[in-house]
Structures are given as structure tokens and as C-alpha cells.
Ligand binder design. Structure first.
Ligand code: FMN
Length: 478
């Protein structure tokens, strides 16, 4: 898909979009409608008539596994993860045929590097002055500190290396041309500000095709360009255009572009904000984002989301990361079999992982590895189960965690960085974390008694009962 419009057309063609023409209010009312939709399995919603603005509002575009996969142009997230696995498993080619194949792959990769055009549709309308009042920015929850742009792609460059970063960070509107930038302490945008002389040129793109929007949320290392990753995901390079008032580029096909700078010397209170944790994040000081320019497509669509008590739309963005980054995690942790970030853990509070144990203490090694791995290091609770337990079956995981753990032996407690949104931690972004080794224990792992077998019927008897089920006339699934 090239842009948001093609994506909207695709959603419509697939019966995955409802257009609402009745007037709705961006102040709280859209949240209540969308929240019901997100929790009730509704399609994407395109509100055509929004009070106080001429722009339509698109919400819940990613709100199911099917739509998330559709957006990334794949039949399933695991199939896409397979493509990533293939790429990173590229071995030094042996014969001529393999060499030609490997060359083809490298050429394909090179073709995903973003291109640059002089101008693009996102600059069809150039406003003489930035004016955020034109955009129907949602006030999401009753105690929110104001309206927030919730699905923005924020572009800046590392002031030392010039490498581009694109991240999704919410933006609170203060007035027509002033905002607050919610760059959390562990994120790349915040690092740019720390390393700058006080001002970082920034551009914000709102309303792009789904591969780009997703890529802004992906926890890529700082030296990997999210726009190259987006090009790889969608199978076509991303075309960028230079902004008019700042030395930053944005995707040419974005619906709305905000240009400006973030000022480290101008910190102001940001929030409160009804966050994806299910709680309000309290007011804290964040840097100001001063707009210097604003451009749009003709008839721009405003693309947004609402976060809050899970499950909501962002669950599926997180699930995409869980699936797509598993092959990358396995590069350094080859014994990691599977991973589930359950919705109740809101991404940073809980990771369930499974391991094919090969030596005593293997599960504990994995717990420590999670705590040393990128943004996963912020995980407050890690549960490790054996490889034959389905990590997505939370009941099966709980059964092992409740029955296989001797707290004195199988629980690890550590202290370190936790998520900036972790309200239970005693300090901001610093607290304790727990890991449970819920695997079967081996001799050499502190068990002096034989470990019991889990109860299972023999295959022979199961097959016999399968074959006789109809004859028994018992009206239950077999
Ligand atoms: C809907 C949504 C809103 C988000 N809002 C923020 C935010 O306000 N601040 C933040 O630091 N991260 C936020 N994130 C998470 C970041 O986008 C994510 O951690 C991303 O990897 C950051 O990119 P970076 O590693 O390049 O900094 C949000 C994610 C989603 C899906």
C-alpha cells in the first residue's frame, strides 16, 4: 500500500471499515464509541462528520489480528516473521547458485532504502501559519490534560551521527502552534535531545500507510532506519520529502505534517494522560515542541487511536512486535522457543517465554537475558515455561507457575530500570523485577526428590476413544 487512502479503500473492500456520517464529538465521545468498538471486535471506524473540524477521523484501523496482518501485507504475522528469519539466517553462500541467490537478496534489501523526492502529496496544502485547530485532535479521557495526537510518526536525527529516527510518541496540544513532546527517558528521541545543543529539528507525519505507522512503534536499534524497515515490510521503498522549514524529511504521502523543533530548555508540564497501562499517567515535565510549519494533503484524513484499559487497538501493534522480533531475539537466544506478552501485562509488566532446556539453570539464564535486551529489559515479571507449554495459553502457564515454582529456589528478584509508565515502582523508571522459573526441575537445579510426571493418557487409548466417540453418543466436543 502506498498511503493511508489506499489502506482505507482496502479496509472498505474487505468489509473491515464502517463509515459513520452522524456528527460526533472529538472531546471524549469518539473515545467512548471507539472503546466499545475495540473491545467488541468492531471494524475500523471512519467518522465523516466531526464537530469543530472539516477533517474525517480514522480510528481502530489496527484493531484485530486480521487487520494488523492485512496492514502489513501478510496473511499472518508469523508468516512475515518467517521472511525476517530467512533474511537473518542468510549463510555465506557456497556454490554459484547460492551466490546468485544471496546477491538477489542483498539487491532486494538495498531496494528498500528510502528514496527522496523534491515534494509530495503531503505538501499539497501549505499553511501560511501552523494551525492545530484545523485538526480534530481527541481529548481521550475525562482527566486528560488536553487533546493529544496519539498516532504520530515523529522524525528527528541523531545530532552526532545524523542517523534518522522515527518513533511514535504522543503529542499534547497546548495551542495552535505549541505542543509537548512525550519522549520517554529510554527512547531514541529523548537521546537526540540529550545529545543536542538544546534544540532538535523535528517533523511529525500523521496518517501514513500501515507499514510506516507500525514501524514507528517497532523497537529497532538506534542505527536502523525505521523507514528502511517499513520498506522491507511493505515490499516497496518509502519515498521521503524534505520539510519546508526544518532539515528533516517525512514520508511524501503523509496526510498531515507538523514541522518544528523540540526545545530541551523549555520544559513544561505534560499530562495527565489516560495511558495504555489502564491508568492515568500523572503530570511530568517534558520538552516543548514549537511548530514552524504545517502542510497537508487536500481533504486530509486524521488518523488516530485511543489507549486505555486493555484490550485496545494498540494491543495488535504490540502483538506485531512480539511476532516480528522473535526471530531477531532468537539470534542471540537460540533456545528461546516462543514468547507471549499477555494483554494484562500491558507489554512492559509481563513476558512469558518458553525454553528448550539443555543445562541446569537454563531458564534462569533466559530471565537474565530478557532483562538485558533492549526495551524488553524493562519487563517487570518474566515467567519461563518448558518448550512444550503453549505460551499463549495463559491458563496452562499459570498452572505451571503455580505448581512448579518453589519460591526460595525458582524466583529471581533484581533491581534496575523499569518502564517510565510503571506506577508501582517506588521511583520514576527504577524499581524491582521478578522472574519465575516455572519449568520442570532437573537434578542439579536444587531438587533432591524425583520430579513427578504430568498426567497424560497414552496415545493408544486416546486414538481408540477418538475412533469410538460418535458411537458413545456424548454430545460434547471430543
Ligand atoms: C499508540 C502508541 C503510543 C505511544 N506513545 C508513546 C509515548 O508517548 N512516548 C514514548 O516514549 N513511547 C510511546 N510509544 C512507544 C514507542 O513508540 C516505542 O517504544 C518505539 O519503539 C519508540 O521508538 P524508539 O525506540 O526509536 O525511541 C507508543 C506506542 C504506541 C503504539
Amino acid at each position: 500500500m502506498r498511503d493511508l487512502r489506499e489502506w482505507v479503500a482496502r479496509l472498505k473492500a474487505e468489509g473491515e471499515l464502517v463509515e459513520v456520517t452522524a456528527e460526533v464529538d472529538p472531546h471524549l465521545e469518539i473515545t467512548e464509541i471507539a472503546d466499545r468498538g475495540m473491545k467488541g471486535g468492531a471494524p475500523a471506524l471512519l467518522f465523516r462528520t466531526v464537530r469543530g473540524s472539516r477533517m474525517p477521523v480514522l480510528i481502530n484501523q489496527f484493531g484485530s489480528e486480521r487487520r494488523m496482518a492485512m496492514g502489513l501485507g501478510t496473511e499472518s504475522l508469523d508468516a512475515l516473521a518467517g521472511r525476517i528469519e530467512e533474511l537473518i539466517e542468510l549463510q555465506p553462500p557456497q556454490g554459484l547458485v547460492q551466490k546468485v541467490k544471496a546477491l538477489g537478496k542483498l539487491r532486494e534489501l538495498a531496494s528498500f532504502m528510502p528514496g527522496t523526492a523534491k515534494s509530495g502529496p503531503c505538501q499539497e496544502v501549505v499553511l501560511p501559519e501552523p494551525d492545530l485547530d484545523l485538526v480534530p485532535i481527541l481529548t481521550c479521557w475525562p482527566e486528560d490534560g488536553g487533546p493529544f495526537v496519539t498516532l504520530p510518526l515523529v522524525f528527528s536525527r541523531d545530532p552526532r551521527t545524523g542517523v534518522r529516527n522515527c518513533g511514535m510518541y504522543r503529542i499534547q496540544k497546548v495551542d495552535r502552534k505549541t505542543c509537548m513532546m512525550h519522549w520517554q527517558i529510554h527512547k531514541d528521541g529523548a537521546a537526540h535531545l540529550r545529545d543536542s545543543q538544546g534544540r532538535v529539528p523535528v517533523a511529525v507525519a500523521i496518517g501514513t500507510d500501515p507499514a510506516l505507522t507500525y514501524s514507528a512503534t517497532a523497537p529497532l536499534p538506534p542505527h536502523v532506519d525505521e523507514m528502511m524497515f517499513a520498506g522491507f515490510l511493505r515490499g516497496r521503498k518509502v519515498e521521503m520529502v524534505p520539510c519546508r522549514t526544518q532539515p528533516v524529511e517525512v514520508p511524501a504521502s503523509a496526510e498531515i505534517v507538523l514541522e518544528g523543533y523540540v526545545d530541551a530548555t523549555d520544559l513544561r508540564p505534560e499530562g495527565p494522560f489516560g495511558d495504555h497501562t489502564g491508568f492515568y499517567t500523572p503530570v511530568d515535565d517534558y520538552p516543548t515542541f514549537h511548530l514552524t510549519g504545517m502542510t497537508m494533503r487536500r481533504d486530509a484524513i486524521y488518523s488516530t487511536t485511543v489507549v486505555g484499559m486493555p484490550p485496545m487497538e494498540d494491543l495488535w501493534l504490540g502483538k506485531a512486535t512480539e511476532r516480528l522480533f522473535l526471530p531477531l531475539l532468537r539470534m542471540t537466544l537460540p533456545d528461546l522457543v516462543d514468547m507471549n506478552l499477555p494483554l494484562e501485562g500491558v507489554f512492559h509488566n509481563c513476558a512469558i517465554v518458553s525454553v528448550k532446556k539443555r543445562y541446569p539453570g537454563h531458564a534462569k539464564k533466559l530471565i537474565n537475558a530478557v532483562w538485558g535486551m533492549g526495551l524488553l529489559s524493562l519487563t517487570r515479571c518474566v515467567v519461563v515455561v518448558d518448550h512444550d507449554v503453549d505460551v499463549r495459553d495463559v491458563s496452562a502457564v499459570a498452572f505451571r507457575a503455580f505448581s512448579n515454582v518453589d519460591v526460595g529456589r525458582d524466583m529471581l528478584v533484581t533491581e534496575g530500570p523499569v518502564d517510565a509508565l510503571d506506577h508501582a515502582a517506588p521511583y520514576f523508571a527504577y524499581g524491582s523485577k521478578v522472574g519465575f522459573d516455572a519449568t520442570r526441575k532437573w537434578p542439579g537445579e536444587g531438587v533432591v526428590r524425583p520430579w513427578p510426571e504430568e498426567i497424560r493418557m497414552s496415545d493408544e487409548v486416546r486414538a481408540r476413544v477418538d475412533a469410538r466417540w460418535a458411537e458413545l453418543g456424548i454430545p460434547f466436543p471430543r
